[in-house]
Ligand binder design. Structure first.
Ligand code: AMP
Length: 418
């Protein structure tokens, strides 16, 4: 679990802003759910055999001995909220996004943390393949908006309640015949969640599963037509994708479409994001089916991929204008100016001590990456002027007090501020 501050956090800001903008462009409204949820929100919904439920949930017992969970993923909490507030009663499709910390007790490694942040999107009350195409295109747009290029999106269908059980039997039969060399984890999965053998990265397991029967060959008519329509729509929208029968995703609630985006810039933990359709998740909450499709993108992975690929991420968190007051009288003049600038959306900083030398002021302005420094000392006070120094070129101008605020506002608004 990381502390985030300074340059590291500054790298997050423009990405967060770009993502919020894209969600707004696509008409998705934000939802924030609590960090703690009841255990039942995740146990039967995400799946008893999923890694999340089996070994990764952080649980807390409260004063009344109730077991609560630190949210490990967004969709089950989202569905709990939708049902609780009866939002599914409103007519027509509804679009939501979230940006929240998630908690999973995993073995930490590069790109894998125990507290991480996900941007997620959910589109409910729409069972159409067009909704799936919209979400996959939204994920693609988010990643491209922050200049990620080198990613691949793979799609698959994991079938439905009609076609998955007979497929499961076919797969289990194949694994029983060929599974002696499978790793111990896969041997366990064979019994309880055979589809998850496709998730295994072990070479031998991969070789065996490559020739195993695939869900795509066993889809029922409705699932096949849904999948074919999705591919047609993605092609129409010019959203790049590949079909990959090995994408199964580890959670029980998925049906039909499953997708995942990976980046070669990430190393072993190469998933940037993933999602799928979950038409029967609400049934686990003892409600009628609320069809939906969603995905989540890992913020830490986005930052890592951008850093590794050398894509520059503009940092805009520092002040733009530094006010250097040499003495108390100069401070009395510049202190209100500093707030006038802030109120006009110009980031500024003023040092509260009066006895700093000019050299120290300039050093600090430089360290903060300010574009301009305003200097007022005894000479300037005597002439009712101030110096404006352009920190990049080193050029400086003398301007009268009267013109100072206007001039700095004009100069500073020419520098892009995000
Ligand atoms: P999931 O909910 O497991 O499908 O994950 C969706 C995305 O969240 C992944 O593609 C990753 O980008 C990110 N993610 C998942 N688990 C972690 C983790 N432990 N640390 C950092 N990012 C993660």
């Amino acid at each position: 679990m990381n502390d985030l501050f300074g340059d590291e956090l500054a790298r997050w800001k423009p990405i967060e802003k770009a993502f919020f903008d894209v969600f707004s462009d696509f008409g998705f409204a934000e939802i924030r759910t609590p960090t703690l949820e009841h255990l039942e929100v995740f146990v039967h919904t995400v799946g008893d055999t999923s890694d999340i439920v089996e070994k990764q949930m952080y649980t807390v017992k409260d004063q009344s001995e109730e077991v609560l969970v630190l949210r490990p993923e967004g969709t089950a909490s989202f569905m709990r909220a939708i049902i609780q507030h009866q939002l599914f009663q409103l007519a027509g499709p509804q679009r939501f996004f979230y940006y929240l910390p998630m908690f999973r007790h995993e073995r930490p490694q590069k790109g894998r943390l125990r507290q991480f942040h996900q941007f997620g999107a959910e589109l409910i009350q729409d069972a159409s393949p067009e909704a799936d195409a919209e979400l996959i295109t939204l994920m693609d747009t988010l990643l491209r908006r922050v200049d990620l290029q080198q990613f691949r999106t793979r799609i698959n269908s994991v079938g439905c309640a009609h076609c998955r059980p007979p497929y499961r039997t076919a797969l289990t039969d194949y694994l029983n015949d060929h599974g002696k060399q499978l790793c111990d984890t896969c041997k366990q999965r064979m019994e309880r969640a055979p589809l998850r053998v496709f998730d295994c990265k072990n070479e031998t397991c991969r070789r065996i599963t490559e020739s195993a029967p695939k869900m795509l060959e066993h889809l029922c008519g409705d699932c096949k037509s849904h999948h074919d329509n999705l591919k047609t729509r993605l092609t129409q929208l010019k959203t790049p994708f590949e079909e990959d029968p090995l994408i199964v995703r580890g959670l029980d609630y998925y049906c039909r479409t499953a997708f995942e985006t990976t980046s070669p810039d990430l190393g072993a933990q190469d998933a940037l994001g993933g999602g799928g359709r979950y038409d029967n998740l609400s049934v686990q909450f003892a409600r009628p089916s609320i069809p939906g499709v969603g995905f989540a993108i890992g913020m830490e992975r986005v930052i890592l991929a951008l850093q590794t690929s050398g894509t520059s991420i503009a940092s805009t968190s520092g002040p733009l204008v530094y006010l250097a007051a040499l003495g108390k009288r100069a401070f009395d003049l510049l202190f209100p100016l500093s707030f006038e600038l802030k109120r006009n959306q110009i980031r500024s900083e003023i040092s509260h001590g009066f006895d700093k030398s000019l050299k120290n002021h300039l050093k600090r302005a430089d360290r903060l990456g300010c574009a301009y420094t305003i200097v007022v000392g005894d000479n300037e006070l005597a002439n009712s002027t101030a110096i404006i120094k352009d920190m990049k070129s080193g050029m400086q101008d003398n301007v009268s007090f009267e013109d100072l605020a206007q001039l700095i506002k004009r100069k500073a608004t020419r520098v892009p501020q995000t």
